[in-house]
Design a protein around this ligand. Structure first.
Ligand code: PMP
Ligand code: GLN
Length: 390
């Protein structure tokens, strides 16, 4: 029979799904795939439940229910002082993943180059390739994960159509500095490029300085596609509700892609997310402070065990270098050992590269109950003790 599409046929199942399956198989604590182990706020879920029963449950408008689009526009104003027209500049998607696919398919085509910053969230590369564009890689490297200015400059060419920016960044937990964002903005303007900004962790930033969308930089308002996700902001990853903010001339073709990818998203979930986005500032503050406490809970003990724990400025992930522990294996093998022998699942960082990257780093997800994090730390300690004896 004729071969199926070579890009998808050649892919492995995502590392997140693989690690979750392994975690189940080995009854391990799953600090691999990024999802909270508690359900999101009860009041938001209640709004969804009521809306499901009250209906309507038929196709909502293609761009999203008006209350959610208004709430996204209001959020842009409240947190970033961005004036956004909810009718022409906001669209609801089935998760940030769909928003990324819509944006990439709408913007790029064969002959275009798209700059990807490694380590990269896994769907970026396949989507760019499936759109027929050529990926151009720039790496931020541990332990600082600093954006290399000269390499970035060189990556921009006359063919560059877009850069994909994940800020705060998964898996490095990096928050791009203002100077780095300014550099990206300058290069996008100089080379007349778009920026697809994956900002799903926008409300999970731990420093005093809050998240700054690239869209707020002078000259970037009409070049950026800003993507958010209710999955992260409300700990409801299974709902797959995302949203895009972009200038009307960009949103229009993106909506054309959306109409043939999912067309729409369950109406009750949209209404509940609208309710969520309108919550008081203290909701957002407590999301951040609770996660910050969990970051503290896990980071120091991991460091004490001998991991080199890198700073975590945002997201709910912490990356560690395990080379000080003296194992003679790469990150994939190390994660396999951890899940099988220690009973703790993590994610190998090499899964986030399209080119050769570091091989001694792993990512732990810390949006879990404190008791679960403590149990995971206990298991790791015990395993390391056994390794030291044998
Ligand atoms: N981008 C990044 C950086 C992510 O970590 C994730 C995973 N949640 C997504 C996009 C996908 O988000 P969603 O579940 O809303 O599709
Ligand atoms: N974003 C999540 C992570 O980084 C995974 C989402 C998924 O499994 N598709 O772990």
């Amino acid at each position: 029979m004729k071969p199926t599409n070579s890009i998808f046929s050649g892919l492995e199942t995502t590392v997140f799904e693989r690690m979750s399956r392994l975690a189940m198989e080995h009854k391990a604590i799953n600090l691999g795939q990024g999802f909270p182990d508690v359900d999101g706020p009860q009041d938001i879920r209640q709004v969804a439940a009521d809306a499901l029963m009250e209906g309507p449950n038929q196709y909502p408008p293609m761009l999203g229910v008006p209350t959610l689009r208004q709430a996204v526009a209001d959020n842009n104003k409240r947190f970033y002082d961005l004036d956004v027209n909810w009718q022409t500049e906001v669209m609801v998607t089935s998760g940030a993943t769909e928003a990324l696919a819509d944006s990439i398919f709408a913007l790029v085509e064969p002959g275009d180059e798209v700059i990807l910053i490694e380590p990269l969230y896994d769907c970026y590369l396949s989507l760019v390739k499936r759109a027929g564009a050529t990926p151009v890689f720039v790496q931020v490297r541990p332990p600082e994960w600093k954006l290399p200015e000269e390499e970035l400059r060189k990556a921009f060419t006359s063919k560059t159509k877009a850069i994909l920016l994940n800020n705060p960044m998964n898996p490095s937990a990096k928050v791009f500095s203002k100077a780095e964002l300014q550099l990206i903005a300058d290069l996008c303007i100089e080379h007349d490029c778009y920026a697809i900004c994956d900002e799903v962790y926008e409300h999970i930033v731990f420093s005093d300085e809050k998240h700054t969308p690239l869209m707020t930089f002078p000259g970037m308002r009409d070049r950026c596609i800003r993507i958010g996700s209710a999955g992260k902001t409300f700990s409801l990853t299974g709902w797959k509700v995302g949203y895009i903010t972009a200038a009307p001339n960009l949103l229009e073709p993106i909506a054309k892609a959306h109409q043939f990818i999912t067309f729409t998203t369950p109406p009750n979930l949209q209404k509940a997310v609208a309710y969520g986005l309108n919550k008081e500032d203290n909701y957002y503050a407590s999301l951040e402070s609770e996660l910050k406490a969990k970051r503290e809970l896990i980071s120091k003990p991991l460091q004490d065990m001998g991991f080199d724990v890198l700073p975590c400025e945002g997201t709910y992930f912490v990356t560690c270098d395990f080379s000080p522990l003296g194992f003679d294996c790469d990150d994939v093998e190390f994660c396999q050992k951890l899940v099988e022998e220690a009973g703790v699942a993590a994610v190998p960082i090499s899964a986030f590269y399209g080119t050769e990257g570091p091989r001694t780093f792993l990512r732990f997800c810390f949006c879990k109950k404190n008791s679960v994090l403590e149990e995971a730390l206990g298991r790791l300690r015990k395993w390391m003790g056994e390794m030291a004896i044998s």
